[in-house]
Design a protein around this ligand. Structure first.
Ligand SMILES: [Zn+2]
Length: 216
């Protein structure tokens, strides 16, 4: 694989003024369905959706984040027309959301092929309508995916947790269900739940928080 430093010495690709070439968006967006890699240009961690940019004729391409495909030294054309600034971010951001939802729907379709559980059908319909899952639905879905041997990064599902109703729904879940959904929650929400002592007990103990009552 060709690295940036092989081509341009120690110039990093994070600074447009040091980039000697104009890059072009190849029209391809990929949902990797995991968060294991950083953006190869800006090094921002947890890149899920990559936008393919290339130098025409040079045989070099990268999959970069939304911020990087929106840089000034990247050309983006949609049906032959240059798309700039806010319109570009808006258009490409919406395409990514559509793609991420499609990844989730695809996983649910795979699951429904091997399961006749009516709850899962309801969860698929709920996701279609909302693009998100309530905590209990997320737990049920993640458990079914694991049982079917379909590997998935829980973070690809957006879990509704901001409303009082969803917070209560999470608090009422079993320890096992909470542990399933826990990886999908943001660090801020996890911190809040641990402070409220509604996070999974095992998680809190492992991270040195005070153990709380074992009422369940
Ligand atoms: Zn980037």
């Amino acid at each position: 694989m060709v690295s940036w430093s092989d081509l341009y010495g120690h110039n990093t690709p994070g600074k447009p003024s040091e980039c000697p070439q104009v890059w072009r968006f190849a029209g391809e967006i990929r949902d990797k369905a995991h968060f294991n890699d950083p953006c190869p240009w800006c090094q921002k961690p947890d890149l899920r959706v990559g936008y393919k940019v290339l130098q025409v004729g040079a045989g070099i391409s990268w999959e970069v984040c939304l911020d990087c495909v929106c840089r000034e030294d990247v050309e983006v054309q949609i049906e032959g027309v240059d798309v700039l600034n806010g319109a570009r971010r808006d258009h490409l951001g919406k395409l990514a959301v559509r793609l991420m939802h499609e990844t989730c729907r695809d996983l649910m379709r795979r699951l429904l092929v091997v399961s006749s559980d009516m709850d899962l059908q309801e969860i698929a319909v709920y996701f279609d309508r909302n693009g998100q899952l309530s905590p209990a639905r997320a737990a049920k879905l993640l458990a079914a995916l694991a049982q079917a041997g379909i590997e998935v990064d829980a973070r690809i599902f957006e879990v509704q947790i901001r409303s009082a109703a969803h917070k209560s729904e999470f608090a009422a879940m079993t320890e096992k269900e909470k542990l399933l959904v826990w990886p999908a929650l943001s660090p801020a929400i996890k911190k809040k739940f641990n402070a409220l002592k509604t996070g999974p007990r095992r998680y809190a103990e492992r991270h040195g928080a005070e153990p709380f009552s074992r009422g369940r």
